[in-house]
Design a protein around this ligand. Sequence first.
Ligand SMILES: Nc1ncnc2c1ncn2[C@@H]1O[C@H](COP(=O)(O)OP(=O)(O)OP(=O)(O)O)[C@@H](O)[C@H]1O
Ligand SMILES: [Mg+2]
Length: 384
Amino acid sequence: MGSSDRSDVPSMQASRYEQLVQAVVDYAIYMLDPQGHVVSWNAGAQRIKGWRAEEVIGKHFSLFFTEQDRIDGRPATLLERALSTGVAQDEGWRVRKDGTRFWALAALDVIRSPEGEILGLAKITRDITDRREAALQLDAMRAQLFQSQKLEALGQLTGGMAHDFNNLLTIIIASAKLALKSNDQQRNQRLLEHILDAGERGTQMTQQLLSFARHRALKQGRVQVLQLIESIHLLLAHALPKDVELQVQLEEGLQDVAVDGGQLQMVLLNLILNARDAMESEGVIRLLGCNCQLAGEVDDLHGAYVRLDVSDDGRGIAPHVLPRIFEPFFTTKAFGKGTGLGLSQVYGFTKQSNGAVSVASVPGEGTCVSLYLPAFREDITTAN
Ligand SMILES: Nc1ncnc2c1ncn2[C@@H]1O[C@H](COP(=O)(O)OP(=O)(O)OP(=O)(O)O)[C@@H](O)[C@H]1O
Ligand SMILES: [Mg+2]
């Protein structure tokens, strides 16, 4: 009795597995003999492929492939791969009984006896047509979005940059024409100054563009922050309205920074002019400098840094605008007024200098832009 009990156990288990496999309707689960003929067929296979068990058992599994795949020998290749390596996976079109197609994800596993003899192959197939279509749709949407963002950037480029360049060229051409006709020494001097101003502004715009596109290498050196700020003061003499005050406060013993001095000057100018534009006609712009030791809290930077804060008590930045301010050509300024390249230059500069930039702003109260620049160290030779 005992021995007949034991011999029943495997067959009971087998029938339970049979029930389990039969109950699965989302996967086609069936067996093939080593030559590729269908040996068993579950409910899922019938649901997905449309054939009933009695119609397919004994048939070769190439029946489920497209004609082209059959011509290309795909079923045979799959079978060979499974038999030689133990497993084969495949994704592609399969054909239902009614001739319609579905996109299948299939796995073919070799089944061996305990002695190692090949008994057959287990084939599991899923219909992932929906998933594939969703993925394709998502890809198409992404491509479309990318295209429209590119177009938007291009539109802003042509709308903003071309407009600004045109303004500058208008100034240059008009001034040159006037100067050609005039004999007034003093007037000609003024006209030449206008031409020079416009030319310099144009150069500045292309420099910002190039440095953002990283085509211009930065010349890293040792920069004394106080000296640099003094030189900016001179440049700013005519750019700030008389009721806008610039207060500079640098920590005693502020370290020198390892950056491109000319670019840092442009960066600070950009930030100060942004602050000026954020105020009606009066207010205070603060430039604070302090030493700081970072341990990964900002952009995962570590070591000795100098932090420069440019803050204003202007109108602030709306939360929906904030994520976009570093985008090249993004501006909220009137048509032709801003290029939208200022902050993208700031961003490009800090990244290339192995530093970071962060912005905090409260609408109606003001904005603070913080630059983190690597402190200069004697022992590290800087790239030229
Ligand atoms: N200090 C600030 N206060 C309020 N908004 C600011 C401030 N700085 C920047 N912004 C916002 O970020 C946008 C992008 O600034 P960015 O300097 O890149 O370009 P821009 O100032 O518009 O143009 P440009 O620098 O060529 O004059 C601005 O249009 C403005 O909306
Ligand atoms: Mg700006």
